[in-house]
Design a protein around this ligand. Sequence first.
Ligand SMILES: [Zn+2]
Ligand SMILES: [Zn+2]
Length: 224
Amino acid sequence: MAFETKEEVFERVILQKRPLCKYCQQEMSIWEAPDMVIDDGLGWGTPYMFVCFNDACRLYAQGWDNIRENYGRTASYRCICYPGTENFECMSVYGPQGGHGQIIEEEALARQKEIEARIGKGLSTLEACAGESGGETALRILMDADEPMRVRVKAAEILGELGRSDAVEPLKNKKFGNDILRKRAAEAVDRIHERHFTRECPFCAEIVKKRAKICKHCGRELTE
Ligand SMILES: [Zn+2]
Ligand SMILES: [Zn+2]
């Protein structure tokens, strides 16, 4: 059986036409099933499914009385449907909010789509980077807090390969709020020095040749 990642399932589910609830004919919501232990056999078997969250739904509205009469508990059912099937089943809920927390809101979806689009755009810009102007583009993207994290990490990598020595100063002065970015930026600086056979003077912080024994800027003696 082919294994699908959660993202792949998500994409498949989101592209699918939403089913109508068997009990109330309303369009069902996409619901993210809670994480589960795979091998206990009790999981949902899918990370996403469709659920009818219509409070007027016949199954849900009548479920309270039904369960109280038969089991003496306060609970009801919501109608669920497994993606890619026509099978409608019941899920127990213990209050009107039961399961609600996991509904994937349209807004969250739209935001995710937007971020994905920006990641795609940023990465393709970086892929086209070459030469010194490419280094400048990578530096600009790395510095831009509005760019998605994945794009900025990639920019740091490209910058290490293409960046000029004058990219070191802005990198050193930038206060990255994020540990990963800070680390990637430091790696880019190291790589730029390596490519240009340079290093930073420990006294005046100017860039000097790796082989230099005296700093040309501050005149101090440099040791290895
Ligand atoms: Zn329904
Ligand atoms: Zn110096």
